[in-house]
Ligand binder design. Structure first.
Ligand code: XMP
Length: 321
């Protein structure tokens, strides 16, 4: 691998920003560039760097895939607009849900999302924009894991030997490729991003899809989205690494208004971890667990059972799929 890591302890964020902005200006010249913003730390930092360098010659799109958290698309787009960065919100919900229809296998779900995003939706936007440059938030860990064959990050093209200019007509620029996540966070802070962005808890690219067991439908996403809001509200002050709600596929018997109710099960997970490679469930106070269960059954329609995961990673993983 010929990419040199900049270790977080050696990083001077202001100097890094100046160097990257100058590099982008030199590379893109008076050309046109495009990027997709998700609101995650990497794509947010890249958006800010490219915007500083290119201003209106950067087209930033936010793809609403229908599988994000409550109010997330509008919130992120609004936040960047308030920072002076114009963002186009593209509604692709139908395309994502139709690609997910009938799929129950976890890897096939991820693949359907990757294909719909890159080939169908974003691919079409890039082509239409006639941009010659595409910015991506690839970081050093992504490269390392791809090269080691641990996981194939969908954003790695160059590392897989794909010449995007020849194949797709645009060049990929990856301004944070030398940084680990902690480095990207400190650059985000120096760029003036709000703390809710640069210190964001991890959230997976395939979004709430990773938290629905079985087929993903708009109705199931609605349920898990509600449960996610509750978990995030109740556990934000826990100081945990990550916390999530999962909608199970099997139904269980419950009682409501003295009648049998064959209802939904929600599983809550809350993790202590530093790097997501290993993890231990947080020893949450029992009162917190009771409050979570109470809110789930009264606020999420059809839920009759709430469980808390007490298994370490490994053998568990952070996300259920
Ligand atoms: P697991 O479930 O493998 O998760 O223990 C480790 C960390 O990675 C996140 N995660 C993902 N992030 N795309 C992502 O961008 C994915 O497909 C994906 N799957 C898991 C997970 O939230 C945790 O922080």
């Amino acid at each position: 691998m010929d990419i040199r890591e900049i270790r977080t302890e050696d990083l001077n964020p202001e100097q890094f920003i100046n160097e990257q902005v100058a590099k982008i200006k030199a590379e893109v010249g008076d050309g046109l560039a495009i990027n997709a913003l998700s609101g995650g730390v990497d794509s947010s930092v890249v958006t800010m760097l490219a915007h500083r360098a290119l201003g209106k010659r950067l087209i930033t799109v936010f793809v609403e895939n229908g599988i994000m958290r409550e109010g997330e698309p509008r919130h992120i787009v609004g936040l960047f607009r308030s920072l002076g960065v114009p963002v186009r919100l593209v509604d692709a919900r139908k395309e994502f849900f139709s690609a997910l229809k009938g799929i129950t296998d976890p890897e096939e779900k991820r693949e359907a999302i990757t294909q719909t995003f890159y080939k169908t939706v974003f691919g079409r936007l890039v082509k239409k924009s006639r941009a010659q440059y595409l910015f991506q938030g690839t970081n050093y860990t992504d490269v390392e894991e791809t090269v080691a064959g641990i996981k194939r990050q969908h954003n790695i093209l160059g590392q897989l030997g794909i010449d995007t200019r020849k194949r797709y007509g645009y060049k990929v620029i990856e301004p944070v490729i030398q940084l680990r996540k902690t480095g990207v966070r400190s650059v985000g802070k120096a760029l003036g991003l709000p703390e809710e962005i640069y210190n964001r808890p991890p959230f997976p690219g395939p979004a709430l899809t990773t938290r629905v067991i079985g087929e993903v439908t708009p109705d199931k996403i609605k349920l898990v989205r509600k449960a996610t809001t509750i978990v995030e509200q109740e556990l934000a002050s826990s100081g945990a690494f990550q916390y999530l709600a999962i909608l199970h596929n099997d139904r269980v018997t419950g009682i409501r208004k003295n009648r049998r109710d064959f209802g939904h099960q929600i599983e809550v997970r809350c993790w202590e971890s530093t790097d997501a490679v290993t993890g231990t469930p947080t020893r949450l106070p029992y009162e917190t667990l009771e409050r979570l269960a109470g809110r789930m059954v009264s606020e999420v329609p059809g839920v009759v059972s709430v469980t808390y995961n007490i298994t370490k990673k490994p053998p568990s993983t952070i996300e259920p799929i």
